[in-house]
Design a protein around this ligand. Structure first.
Ligand code: NAP
Length: 320
């Protein structure tokens, strides 16, 4: 039930910002509730981080696993099937206070809604070392599935000790001659199954208690200088690529000045609900989750937000 103002400006019931598992699941649920959701899906990052993933083996319902991009394409289609409209646009600014919320995109389009769900996910972390950004695309990468192919028969490094780093390292063994995992501690953070797979792989080596101090090479990566986190000693690692897989930070840029954040930097929500500190503004997925950050928990969180929006728009007592 969307209403139209005198200036024929459409006011949507709900706009969802983001198109990862949380955004699309919110789209499916609000669509089925006849709320005709508009999903602002981002121009370049539509589908979220799963677009950079290979096999997703732990999303329930896919006993043989499913490729990340295929899962996202399915979720997108499912949301559209129930009436969601998807615009591949980036939201540049948001006016969230008041009964009607206004979102302006990078291309200057203005959208209005009675409720908004922020499902902007998280963004890859950077090491913050000199020339990391400059050499992005020239040997430095955040996406093995995107760039792995370019490192055929080469020696490359993966930085990080979590599941992402293990997944990237394992994937890269398809192309690379060797993959060296550089981790700042002597113990992996990754789940046992992923860690065991990587530790057992003949092409994967480990540099524990080590951090990347320097990237060698003028126009492209020609080596790394790694520094011991125990005694500060340095040595050179002859690699032509460095994949950074050290986790992600919640993407709160759009809302950090108006929505309350937690000490971890995620959007604060009320208990198990998706309610933020502003009525009519809800948040879901990685952007509210400093802990679990799984595709399935994000999807569940999108469902919660959709039900909260339904209650809010119907003027029903809020779920608490
Ligand atoms: P994560 O679990 O937070 O791990 C990040 C890793 O990077 C940690 O080992 C951390 O070291 C290291 N790190 C962080 N900042 C660093 C820095 N500045 N310099 C060097 N190293 C740094 O992140 P993630 O691996 O992206 O995983 C995120 C979530 O997604 C997890 O819940 C994970 O289980 C899930 N995930 C699951 C799968 C799967 O099941 N197939 C695949 C990918 C991700 P410390 O250990 O010392 O903190």
């Amino acid at each position: 039930m969307s209403v139209t103002t005198e200036t024929t400006e459409k006011i949507h019931d709900v706009i969802i910002v983001g198109s990862g598992p949380a955004g699309y699941t919110a789209g499916i649920y609000t669509g089925r509730a006849n709320l005709n959701p508009l999903i602002l899906a981002s121009s370049v990052k539509a589908g979220g981080e799963l677009m950079n993933t290979t096999d997703v083996e732990n999303f329930p319902g896919f006993p043989e696993g499913i490729m990340g991009p295929d899962l996202m394409a399915n979720l997108e289609q499912q949301a559209e099937r129930f009436g969601a409209t998807i615009e591949f646009e980036d939201v540049a600014s948001a006016e969230l206070t008041g009964d009607i919320k206004t979102l302006t995109t990078g291309s200057g389009e203005v959208y209005k809604a009675r409720a908004v769900i922020i499902a902007t996910g998280s963004a890859y972390r950077e090491l913050g070392i000199p020339r990391e950004k400059e050499l992005s695309g020239y040997g430095v990468s955040w996406c093995a599935t995107c760039d792995g192919f370019f490192f055929k028969d080469q020696d490359i490094a993966v930085v990080g000790g979590g599941d992402s780093a293990m997944e990237e390292a394992l994937f890269l063994t398809k192309f690379a001659r060797s993959v060296t995992v550089i981790h700042r501690r002597d113990e992996l953070r990754a789940s046992k199954v992923m860690a065991d797979r990587a530790l057992a792989h003949e092409k994967i080596r480990f540099e524990f208690n080590a951090a990347v101090a320097e990237i060698k090479g003028e126009k492209k990566v020609e080596g790394l200088v790694i520094e011991s986190t125990l005694d500060g000693s340095r040595k050179e690692l002859a690699v032509t690529g460095m994949f950074v897989a050290i986790g992600a930070d919640p993407r709160t840029e759009l809302v950090k000045d108006v929505l309350t954040l937690t000490p971890e930097g995620t959007i604060a929500v009320d208990g198990r609900t998706s309610k933020t500190n502003i009525p009519g503004v809800f948040a879901a997925g990685d952007v509210i989750d400093p802990t679990y950050r799984q595709a399935i928990t994000s999807a569940g969180s999108g469902c919660v937000a959709a039900i909260d929006v339904e209650h809010y728009l119907a003027g029903l007592p809020a779920v608490s």
